[in-house]
Write a protein that binds this ligand. Structure first.
Ligand code: B12
Length: 211
């Protein structure tokens, strides 16, 4: 059961009232609500629990785009609060990317921000990122971890090839997988990886394990 504050926000989001949505969240942060609470209590459920109420697919697609665009604006507008709430650096770096043909990127952006919040040096390099570009980033940045976000099951074809190549060329770089497709065991069996991470709590535990 969601509280009235949340339902109030969702009503504004359903009505696509971008300015009101942004101001609503900024007001929460000004009142002392943490960035983690804003992400987990508002941003994530606003998308994860979204159901399009139109039967027409093309309407649903542009509505999803409009909703995501408002959420993206909120994420950018609230980033200064995240900077203030970041924990001490732990000198570990992570590159986060969505593989080729994976356009769902809000989960990847949130994961990047959660890593940053916990003191990782975290860099998001994009949605639908061709394998060569992910490879190039690993070669140049030499991160401790590469984190891939996979939502759409069909994209594991690229992830499989990419993770095999990464393991072969950069065995010292650990591979993290996250996103809805990693909830499926049959999918995971086909992939090479070191860690599966789903949410902020997992990132905190993962960080503890690095000590
Ligand atoms: C917004 C949205 C879109 C937007 C995405 C915009 C964008 N810029 O991201 C657009 C309109 C582009 C889109 C397109 C499509 N979508 Co869509 N979309 C969604 C929707 C409504 C929300 C996704 C989202 O942002 N969730 C919120 C985030 C925060 O949650 P999350 O991604 O799960 O991430 C969390 C964790 O998984 C984790 N995480 C995620 N990644 C990572 C990575 C790491 C490293 C870590 C540590 C953690 C982590 O952290 C997050 C916080 O806990 C979902 C509905 C749903 N129930 O999720 C459908 C959904 C994901 N889409 C779906 C589909 C089918 C499609 C399309 C094929 C539709 C179409 N006919 O065109 C296309 C495919 C595009 C593509 N090739 O990738 C299906 C996927 C079904 C499946 N399992 O394969 C869903 C589930 C809808 C449904 N119920 O059918 N979509």
């Amino acid at each position: 059961m969601r509280d009235n504050q949340y339902l109030n926000f969702i009503k504004k989001l359903d009505d696509e009232l971008k300015d009101e949505c942004v101001l609503f969240i900024l007001d929460l942060l000004e009142k002392g609500v943490s960035i983690k609470e804003v992400y987990e209590g508002y941003i994530i459920p606003a998308l994860a629990e979204y159901e399009c109420n139109s039967e027409v697919e093309e309407i649903c697609i542009w509505k999803e785009h409009a909703r995501t665009s408002i959420i993206r604006t909120i994420l950018e507008a609230t980033y200064p609060y995240l900077i203030k709430q970041k924990k001490e650096t732990i000198n570990k770096s992570v590159i986060v990317a969505c593989p080729q043909l994976e356009y769902h990127e809000i989960g990847a952006i949130l994961a990047t921000n959660f890593f940053a919040l916990e003191g990782f040096e975290a860099k998001y390099i994009g949605a639908n990122t061709p394998s060569e570009q992910i490879f190039s980033a690993v070669k140049i940045i030499k991160p401790d971890f590469v984190a891939l976000s996979i939502t759409n099951y069909f994209n594991i074809v690229y992830v499989k090839k990419l993770t095999e190549k990464l393991k072969e060329s950069y065995p010292e770089v650990k591979i993290i997988l996250g996103g809805q497709a990693t909830r499926n065991e049959d999918t995971l069996k086909q992939l090479q990886y070191d860690y599966i991470i789903e949410n902020h709590e997992d990132i905190v535990k993962f960080k503890e394990g690095l000590k």
